[in-house]
Design a protein. Structure first.
Length: 257
């Protein structure tokens, strides 16, 4: 067994809910999704002790300096943290340029990936999930490039208009890649998942990215393990609620158009 690692946060789910969500992909072109997310922040999230957003909160994020200070989502997240709810976030494959300015504006904390937390004294591993999709070699090469600090510094040195143009091009290429790639290749690799459980010595893993909400029960080296996959926010909202020791995937309706 690997040595026990320190948890970045501890929660008692019997005191108040712990919530997880991912893959909101908030975009001005999908106002109903943004409205649903803002309602969620003002209702379910406001009654929680902690909210974890595990990547792709935004469809695109080209730098903290490119966002107006009155951004409604950032303002809502700040109201949430000001009320006492702890906010933890991870980068996704769309918003990997969230930075210190975002943290300062919202009161949230960006976490390294993966990270270990404890719920009811059980170690739980959390991550966005794209690093587990090792069968998709083309995407993993792209990920290595854009997560490189030197590449990010060069990109952020560009003007906002130049960054927008490059982001649009990257989104178009990503869409083409997704259409041309088999679903199985874009899903997590079972071996990579098993290695994650071995490396951290946990029995529960929570991630997003694949947009395939489910609870997977399996075994790794004879040990029962659980992998919980968060859903996306395209057709409905999706969250994982942990309360009184129970882990429950839930859906939220989007406003009618």
């Amino acid at each position: 067994m690997p040595a026990e690692r320190a948890a970045i946060a501890r929660h008692d789910s019997h005191a108040a809910p712990v919530l997880f969500a991912a893959d909101m992909h908030l975009d001005p072109d999908r106002p109903a999704v943004t409205e649903a997310f803002l309602r969620f922040l003002a209702s379910d999230a406001a009654r929680a002790q902690a909210l974890y957003l595990l990547g792709d909160l935004f469809e695109a994020w080209i730098g903290d300096d490119a966002v107006p200070p009155e951004h409604p989502v950032l303002a809502a997240l700040r109201r949430l943290t000001d009320s006492g709810v702890s906010l933890w976030l991870m980068h996704g494959n769309r918003d990997f340029l969230l930075g210190e300015g975002f943290e300062a504006a919202t009161g949230g904390t960006l976490l390294p990936e993966p990270s270990l937390i404890r719920i009811d004294d059980e170690p739980v591993l959390i991550e966005h999930g794209d690093a587990l999709c090792t069968d998709d070699g083309e995407y993993q090469r792209f990920r290595a490039i854009v997560r490189d600090p030197a590449w990010q510094s060069r990109f952020l040195a560009l003007s906002v208009s130049e960054r927008l143009a490059q982001a649009r091009q990257a989104r178009a290429q990503s869409s083409q890649h997704g259409q041309a790639t088999a679903d199985a290749i874009m899903d997590v690799n079972p071996g990579a998942v098993a290695e994650r459980f071995r490396e951290f010595g946990v029995r529960r893993l929570i991630h997003g990215h694949t947009h395939r909400p489910a609870v997977h029960e399996s075994e790794v080296d004879g040990t029962p393990v659980t992998r919980i996959v968060l859903g996306d926010w395209f057709e409905q909202g999706s969250l994982l609620r942990v309360t009184d020791g129970e882990y429950r995937l839930e859906t939220l309706p989007l406003p009618r158009k």
